[in-house]
Design a binder for this molecule. Structure first.
Ligand code: MN
Length: 240
């Protein structure tokens, strides 16, 4: 049966070889034969520019993806950790870029795909940071710094992010229901697939009288996993 796979929030990093190994098993065992693999952001713990492909770890992951892409169409949406992944990344991995949000046809059903961070509208500090870092002038200035300096800055930002998270409530860091409903309504979809929150689940929503389903993808810090969609249904797959 045809199947389409969705993953996000792998947060791949050299310091987490278990996660990398799990991802490589997924690419070897689960992904071949799929009609497509969608990566909905935060593939990497940090991607500070496509010149980071010079780092052996990044080149290794890119090569694994490129091998898969020879047989399986690969789609990539930027997350909040890898929003600087651009043309060089796409060329190295064989992936095609998709916007956040994107609507696709999934076996006759319109599906809305997002990373998920734009749904966390209660976290106004984060949304301000997001707006700043998506500004082309901010990105040009950032990319003008030497690679080593960008890696150090990213490390500092992760530590700052951990500190900021520690001071925020769980509710603020989750998606806002109003944002979910607005996104589904605007896209004319009754199915939403996103990651980012690391709270894998299947949620049901009523949007203006229409029953909607929202699947949240798991992160790969611990177990990982994917979402599998076929013409007959949707199910969460554990990582192999
Ligand atoms: Mn994220």
């Amino acid at each position: 049966m045809p199947r389409t796979l969705f993953i996000s929030d792998l947060h791949l990093a050299q310091e987490r070889p278990d996660t990398t190994a799990r991802f490589e098993r997924f690419l070897a065992v689960e992904a071949p034969g799929a009609e497509a693999l969608y990566i909905l952001g935060d593939l990497f713990e940090a991607w500070v520019g496509d010149d980071g492909l010079a780092l052996p770890f990044n080149a290794h992951v890119a090569e694994r993806l490129r091998t898969l892409s020879l047989g399986v169409p690969l789609f990539f949406m930027q997350g909040n950790r890898d929003f600087l992944a651009a043309g060089g990344f796409l060329a190295a991995t064989g992936a095609q870029a998709i916007d956040d949000p994107t609507v696709i046809d999934l076996y006759g059903q319109r599906a809305l795909l997002m990373h998920g961070d734009t749904l966390c509208t209660d976290d106004t500090a984060y949304q301000a940071f997001r707006a700043q870092t998506r500004d082309p002038r901010w990105q040009a200035a950032a990319l003008a710094q030497p690679l080593a300096q960008r890696l150090a800055i990213a490390q500092g930002m992760r530590e700052g992010s951990a500190a900021a998270k520690a001071g925020k409530s769980e509710a603020i860091m989750d998606v806002a229901l109003s944002a979910v409903e607005a996104a589904l309504d605007a896209a004319g979809c009754q199915l939403l697939i996103h990651g980012h929150t690391h709270r894998p689940a299947r949620h049901e929503h009523d949007v203006k009288g229409k029953p909607c389903v929202r699947w949240v993808l798991p992160d790969w810090y611990r177990d990982g996993g994917a979402l599998e969609v076929t013409p007959t249904g949707i199910r969460a797959l554990p990582a192999p």
